[in-house]
Design a protein around this ligand. Structure first.
Ligand SMILES: NC(=O)c1ccc[n+]([C@@H]2O[C@H](COP(=O)([O-])OP(=O)(O)OC[C@H]3O[C@@H](n4cnc5c(N)ncnc54)[C@H](OP(=O)(O)O)[C@@H]3O)[C@@H](O)[C@H]2O)c1
Length: 338
C-alpha cells in the first residue's frame, strides 16, 4: 500500500505537472553538499530514488561519515587549487552549487570577507572550466545566492510586497558578494545549460544556521529580540528550500533568478516570540539586545542582523510552486516537534 503524509500529498498534487519522467533516476552533483542545505537535499533526493555525488574539499572526513546508501558517493575538489574529480562531472545530470565559506560563521575581518567572496567566485569558475573541458550530460545548474543581494527596506516602503528579483543589488558587502557570486556562475548559460539562481532567505532548520542561534538563549528562558525587533526577516523552512531545488531541476521552464523565501516574512520580534512560545509556553522573558551590543559582538555583520529586508516570493509562486510552510507558526511548530 502507498501511504502519503499531508506534505507529500500537497507536493504531488501541486507539482505533478513536471517532467518527472526526464528526472527519473538522475545523478545530482552537489557542491558543498556536506553543509546545512546539502545534507537535507541529499536525503530528499535519495528518498526520491536519485543518485547523489557530493563534491567536497575534505573527502576523508566526508567518507568517514558516509551512510550505507550506495547511491551516495563523494568526490574531491578544491577551488583554490582548481582541481576537480573528472568522473563526477562525467556522471552527473544536474549540478547544485551550494559551496562557499559560511557568511555568518566568523567575524568579518578583511581576510574573512575575501574568503567569503573568493570561495564562491573560484568555485563557480572551476565548475565552468570543468563543464567546458570535460564531456558531460549536465542539463541544468542550480546555484545558491542570497537575499543579501537586496538593501534595507525603504522607509516608507516603496512596494508593500517587498523586493523582487529585478531590484538592483545593494552596495554593501553582502550585496556586492551576491552580485559577484551570481555573475561568476552566469557563463553556464553560454554552454547551453539551464541556470537557476536562488536567492535564499534565512533558512530555518534544526541542524544549524540562524534558528540554532535563535534557540540558544530561549533554552535558558530568554527570548532575545535583536535591536528594536522591527526588522523584517525573510525566512524559509529547510524542507521548502530542498523542494524548491528539486522543483527547479525537474521543471524545464524554471530558469533565471528566483527569491527563495516563504511568502509571509515576519519581524525579528515576532519570530523570536513565536519561537519562545513554541519552546517554553509562557515561561520566558523577552529581552531587547541593544544595537550597540550587537555591533560590539558581531562587528560589521551586525548591520545585516539588524537590516530589515522584505523579500517577495511572488515570482516563484506564479510558477505554481506551493510552499509547505508559508506561515512562521507552522514552520516553527514542525521544526520544534521534529
Ligand atoms: N543557510 C542559510 O540560511 C543561507 C541563506 C542564504 C544563502 N545561503 C547560501 O546557500 C549555500 C548553502 O548554505 P548552507 O547553509 O548549506 O551552507 P553551509 O552549511 O555553510 O555549507 C556550505 C558548504 O560549502 C563548503 N565550504 C565551506 N567553506 C568553503 C570554502 N572556503 N571554499 C569552498 N567550499 C567551502 C563546505 O563543504 P566541504 O567542507 O565539504 O567542502 C560546506 O559544507 C551557501 O553558499 C550559503 O551562503 C544559505
Amino acid at each position: 500500500m502507498i501511504s502519503f503524509t499531508w506534505p507529500d500529498f500537497i507536493y504531488y498534487c501541486s507539482n505533478s505537472v513536471n517532467l518527472i519522467d526526464n528526472f527519473r533516476m538522475a545523478t545530482i552533483l552537489i557542491t558543498g553538499g556536506t553543509g546545512l542545505i546539502g545534507a537535507s537535499l541529499t536525503e530528499l533526493l535519495l528518498s526520491k530514488g536519485h543518485k547523489v555525488i557530493i563534491l567536497t574539499r575534505n573527502l576523508k572526513m566526508a567518507i568517514d561519515k558516509q551512510s550505507a546508501d550506495e547511491r551516495l558517493t563523494y568526490a574531491r575538489w578544491n577551488a583554490e587549487e582548481q582541481s576537480i574529480d573528472r568522473d563526477a562531472i562525467e556522471k552527473a545530470n544536474y549540478i547544485v552549487h551550494l559551496a562557499g565559506a559560511g557568511v555568518a560563521d566568523k567575524r568579518w575581518t578583511s581576510k574573512r570577507k575575501k574568503e567569503i567572496v573568493q570561495s564562491r567566485i573560484q568555485s563557480s569558475g572551476l565548475l565552468i572550466k570543468a563543464l567546458k573541458d570535460i564531456p558531460n550530460n549536465i542539463k541544468a545548474v542550480v546555484s545558491a545566492s542570497a537575499i543579501g543581494w537586496y538593501g534595507p527596506d525603504a522607509i516608507p516602503p516603496v512596494r508593500p510586497g517587498g523586493f523582487t528579483e529585478s531590484d538592483p543589488s545593494d552596495k554593501a558587502f553582502l550585496g556586492e558578494t551576491c552580485r559577484w557570486w551570481e555573475e561568476s556562475i552566469q557563463p553556464v548559460t553560454e554552454l547551453g545549460k539551464r541556470l537557476i539562481k536562488f536567492r535564499f532567505g534565512i533558512v530555518l532548520a534544526n541542524d544549524g544556521g540562524a534558528l540554532a542561534e535563535f534557540k540558544k538563549p530561549v533554552q535558558f528562558g530568554i527570548a532575545s529580540i535583536l535591536g528594536n525587533g522591527k526588522q523584517v526577516v525573510s525566512w524559509i523552512h529547510i524542507d521548502d528550500v530542498c523542494r524548491l531545488i528539486v522543483y527547479a531541476i525537474e521543471n524545464d521552464k524554471i530558469e533565471g533568478v528566483y527569491n527563495a523565501v516563504a511568502p509571509n516574512p515576519v519581524t525579528n520580534k515576532n519570530l523570536t516570540l513565536h519561537l519562545a512560545q513554541r519552546m517554553r509556553g509562557k515561561s520566558f522573558i523577552a529581552v531587547h539586545v541593544p544595537s550597540w551590543v550587537l555591533s560590539t559582538m558581531l562587528g560589521g555583520m551586525s548591520t545585516e542582523v539588524l537590516k530589515s529586508a522584505t523579500v517577495s516570493a511572488e515570482k516563484m509562486q506564479q510558477t505554481g510552486f506551493q510552499f509547505l510552510y508559508p506561515q512562521i507558526d507552522a514552520a516553527l511548530n514542525e521544526l520544534i516537534k521534529r
